[in-house]
Design a protein. Structure first.
Length: 126
């Protein structure tokens, strides 16, 4: 797991011990606040990644009530996602693969070329 700042690492580690929805939201919000500025082009509708809908959540996550968040850094070249990486997540690794897959499959093919975008994928299941 790659983290954007040491403070984010400490927050993510403390959130792993407590997986209440409030603790997950607090650790996620602190990690988002620690991110570097995002290029303006990342905020265009074509470059944004939509949140996952209920039908996309893996059955095993629903069965286990697996909650978590992951911040994915990505770039777009010729309408395709490139250079995807997990910047922070909690609990560590719980939804990382799902978050990467979701971003890969939800980039608009008409999106402009841009680098250094961030998206937070959050699953709060109970």
């Amino acid at each position: 797991m790659k983290l954007v700042a040491p403070v984010v690492a400490a927050l993510a580690a403390s959130a792993c011990a407590s997986q209440s929805p409030d603790a997950l939201r607090a650790s996620r919000d602190a990690a988002i606040a620690a991110l570097p500025a995002t290029p303006v082009a990342c905020s265009t509708p074509a470059a944004r990644v939509r949140p996952p809908n209920a039908q996309e959540v893996p059955v095993r996550f629903l069965r286990d009530s697996r909650s978590g968040w992951a911040i994915v850094k990505y770039s777009i070249e010729s309408g395709k996602p490139v250079d995807l990486s997990i910047q922070a997540s909690s609990p560590g690794g719980a939804i990382d693969q799902f978050a990467l897959m979701h971003v890969r499959s939800n980039i608009n093919p008409t999106a402009p070329n841009v680098s250094g975008c961030f998206v937070t994928i959050t699953l709060l299941l109970s």
